[in-house]
Design a protein around this ligand. Structure first.
Ligand code: ATP
Ligand code: MG
Length: 442
């Protein structure tokens, strides 16, 4: 069922339930109120009547005159003598009066509703002064009269409910429409993402939670687009990187086979082939490692390590290469801290950056650990400005580069440690790589 129909149905059901309950409660309350009011009115009327009776007929001069007066009054009434337990006068039918008598209403002062032969009556009883006269005036109103008032009130209530309900349902329809419209539009945008038509995506006007979903959808689409583009670039670059050494190997192998290269040239060719095969092996191994890192096939096992330990390891591993290249490799610990990382992998990331620094430095490389920051800088030529935004992408390399995977691997590991890496111009003249970590302890 469509969301719009569901919402409208839910709202209409709720409205009908509320109106029914309200109607039912009001209907029953109204009757109680009408009975109360009728009783009060009967009492007031009765008191006036008693007053007139007391004044005009203080001493009963003529029974006929007295009864004529009572007969001339509107509504039903009974004159009852308590001491003698007799009905002196009644406008009610004899059957009704008898039934009241039999049901003991005359002696029961708590019953306000008297059950007659065909219907109930609301009653009010007023004692005629002086009390010892024992005469009591009982006024009665048939409940049917009150039921008529109740029905007419209820009919009006029903009309108000029907009009109000119809308006509310109409309003709910417009509101749900407003709510559901952006969702329908979002669904269409999602379909575009599904078909990878990223350039056709359009922003949807929405508010609140739907706006958040819309934002997430667009972030997700962008992420997916970038990922797909980077995958495409990766395959292009990877095939290019693999093709070049393969072509060299193929050239030499065919040349040697056909006897084009002989003697010294043949040896040279074989040496180049071995070098290229090693390069291919390195590229393939790095690609596999990177793929494993990203697919989480290699579990990233974090532990707490001392910055001093890591710094010593970097120093010890890099010293031979630095000496060989004639580079001064300086390390300094500004402030000690502890890192929560996968020890082996994180060391690999720092080494990848350090190897680059030594390779591109003129005379020195400096590594410094401070707070949650690791800085590796050199005095080489630095990274060309136009390469900086892509330098951490796979197979991106500059002058004197090798496979262009070292920094991509480093970034993947650092991001898995909830850290970030950036590159900038060093005051030493070359590149300055800054690793920023979260979750470190002093
Ligand atoms: N300290 C640096 N100074 C100048 N250029 C650098 C520096 N570090 C990296 N680069 C440039 O960035 C490129 C990418 O480095 P990356 O480590 O990813 O690949 P690589 O060193 O070429 O190959 P490998 O995969 O073997 O590390 C390098 O080719 C180089 O041009
Ligand atoms: Mg490198």
């Amino acid at each position: 069922m469509r969301l719009r129909t569901q919402l409208n149905l839910a709202f209409t059901t709720l409205l009908v339930v509320i109106l029914t309950v309200t109607g039912f409660v009001t209907y029953s309350l109204i009757m109680d109120m009408l009975i109360d009011k009728e009783e009060t009115q009967l009492k007031q009327k009765g008191e006036i009547l008693i007053d007139i009776l007391n004044r005009e007929y203080g001493s009963i001069r003529s029974v006929n005159e007295f009864q004529e007066f009572l007969q001339s009054q509107d509504g039903e009434l009974i004159l009852y003598n308590r001491t003698e337990e007799t009905v002196l006068f009644s406008t009610m039918s004899v059957d009704n009066t008898r039934q009241f008598y039999e049901k003991g209403y005359f002696n029961n002062y708590s019953d306000e509703l008297w059950d007659g032969t065909s219907q109930k009556y609301v009653t009010a009883r007023i004692v005629r002064q002086p009390n010892n006269s024992g005469t009591e005036l009982i006024l009665l109103t048939p409940i049917r009269d009150l039921q008529a008032v109740q029905s007419s009130f209820f009919n009006r209530l029903l009309i108000v409910f029907l009009i109000g309900g119809a308006l509310a349902i109409l309003l709910s329809y417009f509101l749900t429409n407003r709510l559901v419209k952006p969702l329908t539009m979002l669904k269409n945008e999602l379909k575009k993402v599904e078909k990878r038509r990223f350039d056709d995506l359009e922003r949807v006007n929405a508010t609140g939670e739907i706006k958040e979903v819309e934002q997430s959808l667009f972030d997700m689409a962008n992420e997916l687009k970038n990922y797909m583009q980077s995958q495409q670039v990766f395959f292009q670059n990877a095939s290019h990187e693999l093709k070049t050494p393969l072509m060299t190997i193929q050239g030499y192998a065919e040349g040697i086979k056909e006897g084009v290269f002989e003697g010294k040239e043949r040896d040279q060719g074989l040496e180049t082939m071995v070098e290229e095969i090693n390069r291919l092996k390195k590229i393939i191994n790095e690609i596999i490692w990177l793929a494993k890192l990203e697919s989480e096939e290699l579990p990233y096992e974090r532990e707490w390590i001392e910055s001093k330990t890591l710094l010593n390891e970097v120093h010890n591993r890099m010293l031979p290469l630095a000496e060989k290249e004639g580079i001064h490799f300086g390390v300094k610990q500004v402030k000690e801290f502890r890192l929560y990382v996968d020890h082996e992998k994180f060391l690999q990331a720092v080494l990848n950056i350090a190897v680059n620094a030594i390779r591109h430095a003129d005379s020195k490389v400096e590594v410094s650990f401070k707070d949650s920051q690791i800085v590796i800088e050199d005095d080489g030529n630095g990274i060309p400005k136009d390469l900086i935004p892509y330098i951490f992408n796979r197979f991106v390399k500059g002058k004197g580069g090798e496979t262009g995977l070292g920094l991509a691997i480093a970034r993947t590991i650092i991001e898995q440690s909830q850290g970030s890496i950036k590159v900038e111009q060093s005051s030493l003249g070359g590149a300055r790589f800054v690793i920023e970590l979260v979750g470190t302890k002093n």
